[in-house]
Design a protein around this ligand. Structure first.
Ligand SMILES: Nc1ncnc2c1ncn2[C@@H]1O[C@H](COP(=O)(O)OP(=O)(O)O)[C@@H](O)[C@H]1O
Ligand SMILES: [Mg+2]
Length: 420
């Protein structure tokens, strides 16, 4: 089987697949220094859809697991399915759920999924007229690498954000969704879908800002933990029944059955939960905190999800322990990127701590940084506090020039655990 992608999420996927009793041969496309140390490279570029699909057919690949959204949105799944190759991920049509905020809103509306009230605008003036109060939430319709959402505190901020998106076309042509600001705590709830049903994975929370106390610019994610204290199995069921399942039903009705991971970003408010957005793939870094807790064979689960109704009666079991993931990022991230700094201390990390690579490469016998987020350090523990302590103890052993690490990942949860 082939795992597409080059980040910490894909490294965690490769590890979890290799833990399967089926002992699969896992290949990476393209992988990174950490992934390639334990899985050989697959000889085709996923950006060249037809060539990739042809090569996969020739090599009799039994499953392709797509990590990032780009290949999904460009139609890699469709190209593979044309050749009857099993693949985990939605079709190009269903991937619009992530690629277009407007499409996601329309599906939610049609399926009766709780979400913030919204309207769509294509000019700055229309945008300002649509805002009823501040803070206001402005979302560029298309993919924007995590930079397309602005929470504007006042009118001047809203005006400049709208101008940047609609007039300067920072992310290309496209409209903007103006939606109500929601208060509460965020939750990432991912579900595995087989076109017919949605089966939840363990709940997680991620930390998007670069700075401690959730300050500074957004990043790809600086840490995560799973499960989320206070989010019961009952509540997970309720959310899947109100959010994931209706979306899967609606897409099926429209002739675009959803296979793969449906990731709902949710806001848990005092009056219940609302959906902020959908992603159509595993989250990064949530996956690094979720998969080490998986007790069910991932190969079997992903193969089932690739078949229509394959997850019927599937049960997913989880390690009861908590997992905490801490991200180490390179100097200047997220504004700029620093490469080539030698990483030391990887060999000192205890065996029961999982280090997954993101922006790393191999250079003359060293592992060096390759920009962006560099490494993820995940530890398990009998409490959030134990997991957190172990993750930071291991992360502190790993050094490189300019290393950035938030010290407060899951800190609030430890407080809460103590008080409960
Ligand atoms: N309606 C909303 N109210 C409050 N905060 C929001 C709202 N929508 C989005 N956000 C915040 O902005 C972040 C990014 O928005 P999201 O819709 O997840 O877009 P993307 O991940 O594509 O950038 C969310 O994680 C959340 O913190
Ligand atoms: Mg998001």
């Amino acid at each position: 089987m082939v795992v597409i992608g080059a980040g910490g999420r894909e490294h965690a996927l490769v590890r979890a697949l290799q833990r399967s009793p089926q002992r699969p041969e896992v290949l990476a496309a393209p992988g990174n220094a950490g992934i390639l140390a334990q899985a050989p490279a697959f000889a085709a570029d996923p950006e060249e859809l037809e060539n990739f699909a042809q090569t996969a057919e020739r090599e009799r690949v039994d499953l392709v697991v797509v990590g990032p959204e780009a290949p999904l949105v460009s139609g890699l799944v469709d190209a593979l399915k044309d050749r009857d190759i099993a693949v985990l991920g939605p079709s190009k049509a269903a991937a619009q759920l992530e690629a277009s905020k407007i499409f996601a809103k329309e599906i939610m509306e049609a399926a009766g999924v709780p979400t913030a009230a919204y309207c769509t605008v294509s000019s700055v003036e229309a945008g300002l007229r649509a805002i009823e109060s501040y803070p206001a939430v402005l979302k560029f319709d298309g993919l924007a690498g995590g930079k397309g959402v602005v929470i504007a505190a006042d009118e001047p901020q809203a005006r400049s954000a709208l101008a940047e998106m609609l007039e300067q076309r920072r992310f290309g042509a496209g409209s903007v969704v103006v939606e109500d600001f929601l208060e509460g705590e965020e939750l990432s709830l991912l579900a595995l879908c087989d076109g017919v049903q949605a089966v939840p994975l363990a709940p997680a929370r991620d930390f998007k800002r670069i700075g401690e106390g959730d300050t500074g610019p957004n990043t790809g994610g600086m840490g995560a933990f799973s499960p989320v204290p206070g989010v019961s199995a009952e509540m997970v069921k309720e959310i899947v029944a109100a959010v994931h399942q209706p979306v899967v039903d609606e897409l099926r009705r429209r002739g675009m059955p959803f296979h793969g991971v449906l990731y709902a970003g949710l806001m848990l408010g005092s009056d219940g939960f609302k959906t902020l957005e959908f992603n159509v793939r595993f989250g990064d870094p949530e996956t690094q905190a979720v998969l080490p807790r998986l007790r069910t064979d991932l190969v079997d689960l992903l193969l089932r999800a690739s078949r229509e109704d394959g997850l019927k009666e599937a049960r997913i079991e989880w390690d009861r322990r908590s997992a905490v993931t801490v991200v180490l990022a390179s100097r200047g991230y997220p504004a700029s990127s620093s490469c080539g700094d030698v990483i030391s201390g990887l060999d000192r990390v205890p065996d029961d701590v999982e280090v997954t690579h993101a922006g790393t490469s191999a250079s003359a016998g060293d592992v060096v940084t390759a920009g962006g987020r560099v490494l993820n350090v995940t530890a398990l523990g009998n409490s959030v506090e134990e997991a957190r302590t172990a993750a930071y103890a291991a992360a502190d052993l790993i050094e490189f020039d300019g290393r950035q690490m938030r010290r407060d990942i899951a800190a609030g949860q430890v407080e809460r655990e103590r008080n409960s």
